[in-house]
Design a protein around this ligand. Structure first.
Ligand code: FAD
Length: 416
């Protein structure tokens, strides 16, 4: 939550009742997009807030500085009101990139700076998973760390300054390749054509898979680090599920606000899953407890989450809990690949280069082997977390995005 102006943008107000789950999606989107806003929480039955009559209106409301008022909007409607949702400006590009996480943004910067006509199609907020990170401390050049949202916003501006086009809140559903033409179809039916494509669609947060879990999403259960919710946790005892770096970062961020943070870890320790620097910091926090051999096996509540059930080495116990942050990794965003000849591994990650087996290349039409980041379809490349066997880090996603552009140049040169 912030009420400052950043990048010349005027602040927005998100007016919501305290437990409003729909407001979470808005706060989360605005936080990840580095849009400054003031979060106004109103008591149930309030008739007026911030000069707006609430009677008869469906919360949450988003009030813009110029007086525009959106009632119960989706993040896409807010993005549209911010002027961000635009159709593609041309029908043909050299390169279309799916996904504006670190890999896609890096590829956009390098490709556009090297003179390629580039469009980046992003279904959600710019920044990908990195946008969920409160503080990335191991990315080169930021000794004090950098928030994922800030890193993404800087990369976004850099890509735009070189002439890349960002098409946000658009969902890329299909890519076909014929006669050196990649046809990328968006969910709204519009089409973008390009000479090459890069899939940088990353991974999606995994849910716990519990009965009724979805009932309290945004109303007590949050995926990713829940960065936008940390400041609402003052004085509370909150729970983080997960044993990897994302869980450690979430716990550190929450510990600065909450009275107590309990980290629930399925395994025997964190040492094999979490970086040593994070582990040491967590250990030094007096308001953080780590419970190993512990799984969440049930959730319960009313209009919001009220209780979780833990299984600790076979013994179950129910405890009151209003805030549960789930950071248990993700599954690849590769549903777009199903109707294509792009081959995936058994876990759904995109196979490229040397990882493609002979059976994956039965329809490969060229005499040369696929380039290192090229899929089983010539001209379609993959980079970052979505790629099989990639290192799941910001730096490696950025590196692969840059490397992909070099290989795409080679591909474009040979295809004339
Ligand atoms: C909370 C958290 C903390 C982390 N901390 C660190 C850290 O400290 N250091 C570190 O190195 N790494 C960290 N990571 C991991 C790092 O963020 C990822 O490795 C990195 O973001 C991967 O980048 P990517 O571009 O490959 O994919 P992603 O970041 O996953 O981006 C993929 C993008 O593609 C979009 N997309 C998906 N499908 C489609 C589609 N069909 N059409 C259009 N767009 C689509 C998604 O909306 C998303 O924006 C953290 C991750 C999380 C979640």
């Amino acid at each position: 939550m912030t009420n400052s102006t950043v990048g010349g943008m005027l602040p927005l107000k998100v007016i919501a009742d305290a437990d409003g789950r729909d407001a979470y999606a808005l706060r989360d989107y605005l936080t990840r997009s580095e849009v400054p806003f003031l979060s106004v929480s109103v008591p149930t039955g309030a008739r007026e807030a911030e000069g707006v009559i609430l009677t008869g209106r469906r919360l949450p409301l988003v009030l813009f500085a110029d007086g525009l008022l959106l009632e119960h909007p989706t993040p896409a409607q807010v993005a549209s009101a911010l002027g961000w949702v635009k159709p593609p400006s041309r029908s043909m590009y050299d390169l279309v990139i799916h996904g504006a996480g670190p890999a896609g943004l890096s590829a956009a910067v390098y490709a556009a700076s090297e003179g390629l006509g580039v469009a980046v199609v992003e279904r959600d907020a710019v920044g990908g998973q990195a946008g969920f990170s409160s503080l990335i401390e191991n990315y080169l050049g930021f000794p004090g760390g950098v928030s994922g949202a800030e890193l993404a916003e800087r990369a976004r501006r850099q890509a735009l300054s070189f002439g890349a086009e960002l098409i946000v809140m658009r969902y890329g559903v299909d890519r076909t390749f014929k006669d050196h033409d990649v046809r990328a179809v968006l969910a709204d039916g519009s089409e973008v054509h390009a000479r090459a494509a890069l899939s940088a669609t990353g991974v999606q947060w995994r849910r716990l898979g519990l009965d009724r879990e979805r009932e309290w999403e945004g109303a007590g259960i949050y995926y990713g680090a829940g960065t936008s919710e940390a400041s609402a946790c003052i004085g509370l005892h909150v729970y983080v599920v997960g044993g990897a770096n994302s869980a450690g970062q979430a716990a550190m961020n929450l510990a600065a606000h909450a009275a107590h943070v309990t980290v629930l870890v399925r395994g025997a320790s964190l040492s094999s899953t979490m970086s040593a620097y994070l582990l040491n910091r967590l250990a030094a926090k007096s308001n953080v407890t780590i419970l190993v051999h512990t799984r969440v096996v049930a959730v319960d509540g009313d209009e919001r989450l009220r209780e979780i059930t833990l299984d600790q080495a076979g013994r179950t116990k129910r405890i009151p809990a209003t805030h549960l942050f789930v950071c248990i990794g993700g599954a690849p965003n590769t549903e777009w690949a199903a109707p294509t000849d792009v081959r995936l591994d058994s876990r759904g990650f995109v196979l490229t280069g040397v990882d493609l087996r002979p059976g994956d290349l039965e329809r490969w039409p060229l005499t040369r082997a696929p380039f290192y980041l090229e899929t089983s379809v010539p001209g379609i490349f993959a980079a970052g977390d979505v790629r099989a066997n990639s290192v799941k880090r910001v730096a490696s996603a950025v590196g692969e995005g840059a490397m992909a552009v070099t290989l795409i140049h080679r591909y474009l040169a040979e295809s004339g």
